[in-house]
Design a protein. Sequence first.
Length: 310
Amino acid sequence: MHLAVYLPLLFPALAGLGADPLARRLEPRLATWLLTAAGLLLAASSTLVLGLLALAGLVRIPLVDALKGYAPAVVARQDPAAWPAALAGAVLLTFAVLAAVRLAARRAGALWSAALEAACLPGSGPVVVTDGPGAEAYTVPGLPGRIVVTHGMLDALDPAGHEILLSHERAHLRHHHYAFVSLTQLAAAANPLLRPLASAVGYTVERWADEHAARHTGDRRAVAETVARAAVAAKHSRSPRRLPGAALGILGRRPRPGLVPRRVAALLAPPPRNRPLLLAAAAALLAATSLCALEAAYDLHRFLELAHAR
């Protein structure tokens, strides 16, 4: 258990380093699914081993030994984790659980608010055009979700751009991109080392929607030009960019410097292809994480059985 219990705490750092190459080089739909699944698995594994460390320290408390019938001599001799590691595991586990619960509550509230907002928007169609002075377009998830576009954004684009814009936003709704973003944010709350992975998913869902619009229109260059024009229009907008909770816009939830140029460059390049070596490396990392977490849990189980039998 000594080695296996610590490796899942280090693997998220490797995943954070590899998140951006995966996001850039894999097909966006596959990259989104892979990064989301990886984030959840890595967060669950790291949280599990923190719990194992905390439990390993807990069984060394004399009162617990007496209540559970553990043999103190066996516990001392078969020490599965040093006191500092066990204490650190307990502290980190507490922070991870509190952060994850807090983020989950916030995201649930944001999704509920978004559903109410979508239901209260005027009209009955899926697209709502507002009179706001700013240039903005975003998707509000709900039952059903709605697409909100301002007159400022429509004025900045030509009719072909309008169709590309709506195709992009429909992809966000149809494929539930807000769920991928929420799940990776939850994983990053439980393990801050996974924040680069959550940021990468924020990029891949936009690339997924870009590629959807490119397939729908059959013109990758036109989609690239529309994304660029939308970014310029939003930059010169008179209103500050503040999307409702859980909404996704054509420029992303929180655009980072260089994000739009990366999307434009990807659209001007040939369609992305899957990379077997990257997929194999990601699969190996996730398999190693799972095996180490399971081995650590099994070792601790065997230790507790041995301590109780003696």
